[in-house]
Every structure is written in structure tokens, then in C-alpha cells.
Design a protein around this ligand. Structure first.
Ligand SMILES: [Zn+2]
Length: 359
């Protein structure tokens, strides 16, 4: 039996690319030159992915403004004073706020997918942002002539379109980035906010049939930005019973960065439903130390004591740089970790298959 292994999405941009993005924003290089650099960067990341012998790859999100903001690129009905996300190390990220309707995405993820598919013959996975994350753009005190109900209805349509376009364009699968799930418990310990998020995301997922839902997954993590997190102190025991109520098939979970791994595996075991598959993170994207394939193999063997092998896969804890300007992890470290994940997963697979063979 094969153990599936997939990346989350983002790969750190090179310092040269980040500098060029700054120069472009300042008007010092042309859009044509910027596009040429973006294409070069995407092609380079794809080649490096192929060199790790990864079967499923991504475009490394070299051109995404961030995992959360791409749908609002180019929109004009926005102000800058939206929800603030605080991280453990004291830094924050602030979202914009919607000032008018109707709400339509400025950019759909299929654009990234189509571009990547021109550059590789490998299966390409595409990450999209959750409807629940985008729902945070609607202001708490409402918008004149555009009710929250109208906004949510538009948002569900747009989020469905974002996913469906990727499935139709031949994405290997689609991963909904739901990094605000664990954060929601921190913001509202009564769990009402998380329940609302899950209900909203299920309204999107329910628009897909059973076959399509097999290619839909969800990523959860405590946030990863500048080597810091926003909700690592929230116990998976609070999150997972609700998370596994999502009608998605694949669940990509931060795991390598967890302190009490047996506890997490126990919680997965009691909450994972038939037909669901959990991809555990085996590389800690916030720690520059590169895991060895043997360490990763041991982690998988431990997980296999709790999770049936046909429902177990591996991934990285998070994207390596979900925000475009994060320079905290070098591209070389990211690919060394991905290579270790590939080798460790194959190693564990060989051991588990041998153990499962009749004597
Ligand atoms: Zn993440």
C-alpha cells in the first residue's frame, strides 16, 4: 500500500524575487519585467520540486500576493482597517475591510494552476482560500445597501467557482486553506465562531458531488509567518471533533510542531470518520533544522499505530511562506525538508508493507 505525500503550497521566494517585487511596487521596474521574473521563479520552483522526486507538486505560490489575499487583488471597494491577526512573537497581519457590494473575486486560483500546468507534466495541487477566511472582510457594523446575508450568498458562489474552476482545469486536487480554524477557538472559546466557519465552508463543499469531494481537502495549522504562530496553544482536542465534520475528504494537519504527538494521534483516531484521509505534517516549517528521513519514518510508524494506513498520508506542517514577503526560511531549507519527507515516507511505506505481508 502506498502512503500519499503532498506539499501544502507555498515555497519561500528568493531574496532576488522579493527585492524585485519591492522595486515593482515602487515603480522602478516594468510589469513586463516583473512578469518575466515571476515566470522564471515559478519554473525554477517547479524544477526543484521535480528534483525532490515529489509526485504531486505545486507552483510554490511564487506569484500569489498571499494565501489569503489573492481573491481581493485589484478590488476597489476595500479599506485598509480590517481584522488584525496577532502572532505569538508580537507581530500582526491586518486584513482589509469590504466597503461595498456585490462581492466578486478579483482573481481566481485557476490562473496559478493553468500557469503551472504549462510548466510541468507532474500532477499539480492547487490551494484556495476558505470562504470563512474571506468572510472576515465583511465589517462588523455592516455595509449600507449590502447586507451580510447578501455578502455570504455572493461569497459562497465565488468560493464554489474558485474550487470548481481548478477541478475542471485538471488540478490533482484542491486544498482549502482553513488556517483560521484553530484561531477561531482562541478568539471565541465558546466554539460558536468555529461552528459558524465550518457551517459556511460546508455550504461551499456541499455544492460538489461525491466524486468531486474526493479531490477536495482542508489545511489546518496554528498559522505560520516569520517563524511564529497565532494559535499553537489551542488543543487539537477542541478543534478536531468539529474539523472532521467538514464534508471534505482530505485533511492536511500541522503535526511535526506539536509537543504531545501521542495525544494528537489519539484525538485523530477518535474523530476521523470513514472515507476521510489525514495527511500529518512531518516537517516543521518554523524550525530551520532539517528532519532526517529516519526521524520522519519513525513519526509515520508512530502515526500508523493509531491511524489505518489507507487513511494516512504525509505533508509539511504548513506552506513554507504563506505571505509573500516572509524571508525567515530559505528556499534551500524548504526543499531539503521536502526531500526528507519524500524519503522518510517511502522508508515507512516499505516497513509497513513488509510488516503487513503474510508470513
Ligand atoms: Zn498553514
Amino acid at each position: 500500500m502506498k502512503i500519499s505525500t503532498e506539499p501544502i503550497g507555498s515555497i519561500p521566494r528568493s531574496p532576488e524575487l522579493i527585492d524585485a517585487m519591492g522595486a515593482y511596487a515602487a515603480g522602478n521596474i516594468t510589469a513586463e519585467e516583473m512578469n518575466r521574473l515571476y515566470n522564471e521563479a515559478t519554473l525554477s520552483v517547479i524544477k526543484r520540486f521535480e528534483d525532490t522526486r515529489s509526485e504531486v507538486i505545486t507552483d510554490g505560490e511564487q506569484t500569489k500576493s498571499s494565501f489569503i489575499t489573492y481573491p481581493i487583488e485589484g478590488l476597489t471597494q476595500l479599506s485598509s482597517d480590517g481584522v488584525v491577526i496577532p502572532f505569538a512573537d508580537g507581530h500582526t497581519r491586518q486584513l482589509p475591510q469590504l466597503t461595498g457590494g456585490p462581492f466578486r473575486y478579483g482573481k481566481y486560483a485557476v490562473e496559478y494552476l493553468n500557469n503551472a500546468k504549462k510548466l510541468t507534466a507532474h500532477p499539480v495541487k492547487q490551494a484556495v482560500i476558505s470562504a470563512s477566511a474571506i468572510s472576515l472582510l465583511y465589517p462588523a457594523n455592516g455595509i449600507d445597501n449590502y447586507t451580510r446575508e447578501q455578502f455570504i450568498s455572493d461569497l459562497i458562489n465565488e468560493s464554489e467557482k474558485d474550487i470548481r474552476q481548478c477541478l475542471d482545469a485538471g488540478a490533482y486536487n484542491v486544498q482549502i486553506d482553513f488556517t483560521e480554524a484553530r484561531l477561531a477557538i482562541k478568539l471565541d472559546p465558546s466554539l460558536q465562531l468555529l461552528k459558524m466557519f465550518i457551517d459556511l465552508n460546508n455550504q461551499v463543499i456541499d455544492r460538489f458531488n461525491e466524486e468531486e469531494r474526493k479531490r477536495i481537502g482542508v489545511h489546518t495549522c496554528p498559522g505560520g509567518d516569520h517563524d511564529s504562530t497565532h494559535s499553537a496553544d489551542i488543543d487539537y482536542a477542541d478543534l478536531l471533533p468539529l474539523l472532521f465534520q467538514l464534508h471534505a475528504t482530505n485533511f492536511y494537519m500541522e503535526f511535526a510542531g506539536e509537543h504531545d504527538k501521542n495525544h494528537v494521534l489519539e484525538v485523530i483516531k477518535y474523530n476521523l470518520k470513514p472515507g476521510q484521509k489525514v495527511f500529518i505534517g512531518v516537517t516543521d516549517v518554523l524550525n530551520p533544522l532539517i528532519e532526517t528521513p529516519i526521524e520522519i519514518c519513525e513519526l509515520i510508524l508512530l502515526a500508523a499505530e493509531y491511524i489505518p494506513i489507507e487513511q494516512l498520508g504525509t505533508t509539511d506542517d504548513c506552506g513554507f511562506s504563506p505571505f509573500a514577503d516572509d524571508r525567515s526560511t530559505a528556499q534551500d531549507i524548504a526543499f531539503a525538508k521536502i526531500k526528507a519527507r519524500m524519503e522518510g515516507t517511502r522508508m515507512a511505506e516499505a516497513i509497513l508493507n513488509k510488516a503487513g505481508m503474510p508470513a
